[in-house]
Design a protein around this ligand. Sequence first.
Ligand SMILES: [Fe+2]
Ligand SMILES: [Fe+2]
Length: 156
Amino acid sequence: MAKDAKKVIDLLNEARARELTAILTYMAQHYELESDDYGKLAKVLKTTAIAEMKHAETLAERILFLGGTPVTKPEAEIKRGQKIAEKIATDIALEEGAVKMYNEAAIACAEALDHVSKALFEKLLADEDAHLDMFISIRDHIHQLGDNYLATLTGE
Ligand SMILES: [Fe+2]
Ligand SMILES: [Fe+2]
């Protein structure tokens, strides 16, 4: 395997481990929010978890195509039992980390002359950017409106 291919596979696997952390985090949050009767917010986390599952799968397909082995372990511990504002802060940190890493990885893939992997990172980046924006707006609403806003996230 060429040195550059190994480097790209490592980047794709680093991204995949991040995706696995996001999937497990958003699923855990979804279940907790559901049981606390924050059904509307739970649904947002469920939809986002499914988007991250697709990312993890896309990354695995590219890793396999390049001759690598997709990782199966998340890169961080999954936090449980956080309050809603803490959950959203966790999510913002995950998305910020992904945005930073995917930006850098796209540049590294271009340097390795792998423009397919570069395009993959750019596609994921656009999704993470939207997720980050969404979580930031939830955080800001909680900050500005507090319980009045949280009350709108309950129910089905
Ligand atoms: Fe993702
Ligand atoms: Fe995301």
